[in-house]
Design a protein around this ligand. Structure first.
Ligand code: GDP
Ligand code: IMO
Ligand code: MG
Length: 413
């Protein structure tokens, strides 16, 4: 770990390389122990980041997954859209596990508030897309698109306004929203939610740009937990089947107000295969029994919505492209163990734009890798598979996941 930390340097970002759910939460949890400050930079409660400690599962939606480590400074940056009841619930759940996060939590005044009515609009817009295009995006219905729409339209309400009386503003919005989407905003409920949040969070709102830069100047280290993933990026993803935020390393830095030159490393997180929830192209998607087997072995059901995830093979051209976009310095290849029983491992190699996938076929290892923590202990064919990914992408696999639990990770220098 020491050597790895040295190569990561003081400011590192963990960024998904596929369509999300690669295991960013687990990597964040493991590395957080060694960083002073842990930050979420963008997205909202569409994220579901799972960590497993002592057999117990914890799912984070808004707080960074590093929160379980007591004493770490936790930052929520400007790029997020915050559903406040969800945030309060997460803080409360941690408290019931004996973990106090409030006194070390700092929230950007520039982060936007995501209201319950944004979630309702999300649902209506999905129905409209289904009717008009015959297919929705398959959003998480967490109100993400509508909240970022308000932000881009410059009518959003930000955390700096928490504590102000927003009755007038929300009443005005009620009429607009009713006209456009046929939805009744429950102004009283929204105001109650704001009041509840203000009483707990108002004194946690600070200029997080000043805070982060001062901490970095003092020599503190920062770990940035990306949310969603590069193929879901609003610009570079499989548009329109994407989320509404910038999910890349650049997006994360923007979301926190940190200059690109300050980032010392970027860990690309990719499953040893690939999954996607929601609609959109998936060239290497598996079908039938194979898909079922991988879904079952990998527990591929959404951490936020419980939806079954679509499963497929790794696609090298996508990995290479996401590596370019993010400047990955290290890979965390996750869920290697899920492929343990496969006779053959396919890897998509063709052009990104081709209509049909082309594959390189590698021999499987058909031995358990579950819980292994040393690369040399992996079956030879598993080692070869990892080395194949490294050679093709030119990026070392510094972390390799061999199970859900915190300690089930191979860490290489
Ligand atoms: P995230 O959104 O990127 O943080 O990922 P999710 O938490 O949504 O989904 C990843 C799932 O895979 C979670 O259930 C993790 O517990 C699990 N997971 C992570 N790494 C591994 C691994 O190496 N092996 C196995 N079997 N499961 C893993
Ligand atoms: P984490 O951080 C997987 C997907 C949704 C949908 C599309 C748009 O856990 O990896 P949205 O609700 O954002 O408008 O949905 O993006 N999506 C995710 N898929 N993991 C996520 O987050 C996701 N966040 C959004 O399924 O296809
Ligand atoms: Mg997830």
């Amino acid at each position: 770990m020491k050597k790895l930390l040295k190569s990561l340097g003081p400011v590192s970002a963990i960024i998904g390389a596929q369509w999300g759910d690669e295991g960013k939460g687990k990597a964040t949890d493991i590395l957080s122990e060694h960083y002073d400050v842990i930050a979420r930079a963008c997205g909202g409660a569409n994220a579901g980041h799972t960590i497993v400690i002592d057999g117990k599962k914890h799912i984070f939606h808004l707080l960074p997954s590093g929160c379980m480590h007591e004493g770490k400074t936790v930052v929520i940056g400007a790029g997020l859209v915050l559903h406040l009841p969800t945030l309060l619930e997460e803080i409360q759940t941690l408290k019931t596990h004996g973990i106090e996060v409030l006194n070390r939590l700092f929230i950007s005044p520039e982060a936007h508030i995501l209201f319950d009515f944004h979630k309702e609009i999300d649902g209506v817009m999905e129905r409209m897309r289904e009717e008009k295009r015959g297919q929705g995006i398959g959003t998480t219905k967490r109100g993400i698109g509508p909240a970022y729409m308000d932000k881009a339209a410059r009518i959003g309400i930000r955390m700096e306004q928490l504590g102000c009386d927003l009755t007038g503003e929300l009443t005005q919005r009620r009429d607009q929203v009713k006209n456009m989407y046929g939805i009744d905003i429950d102004v009283k409920l929204e105001i109650d939610n704001l009041r509840r949040a203000a009483s707990l969070l108002q004194n946690r709102i600070v200029d997080t740009i000043d805070l982060l830069h001062e901490l970095l100047e003092e020599g503190k280290t920062l770990l940035v937990e990306g949310a969603q993933a590069t193929l879901l990026d609003i610009d570079h993803g499989t548009y329109p089947f994407v989320t509404s935020s910038s999910t890349t390393a650049a997006g994360a830095l923007q979301g926190l107000g940190i200059a690109p030159k300050m980032l010392t490393s970027c860990i690309g997180v990719a499953k040893a295969y690939c999954t996607r929830v929601g609609s959109g192209p998936f060239l290497t998607e598996m079908q039938g029994e194979l898909a079922e087997r991988i879904r079952k072995r990998g527990g591929e059901y959404g951490a936020t919505t419980g939806r079954p995830r679509r499963c497929g093979w790794l696609h090298l051209p996508d990995l290479i492209r996401t590596a370019r976009i993010n400047g990955y310095t290290h890979w965390n290849i996750t869920k290697l163990d899920v492929l343990d029983s496969e006779e053959q491992i396919c890897v998509g190699t063709g052009k990104r734009s081709s209509a049909e996938a082309e594959y390189a076929v590698l021999p499987g290892w058909q031995e358990s890798t579950v819980g292994l923590t040393k690369f040399s202990a992996l079956p030879k064919n598993a080692q070869k598979y990892i080395e194949f990914i490294e050679e093709q992408t030119g990026i070392p696999a510094a972390l390799i996941g061999t199970g859900q639990a915190r300690e089930q990770m191979i860490i290489r220098s």
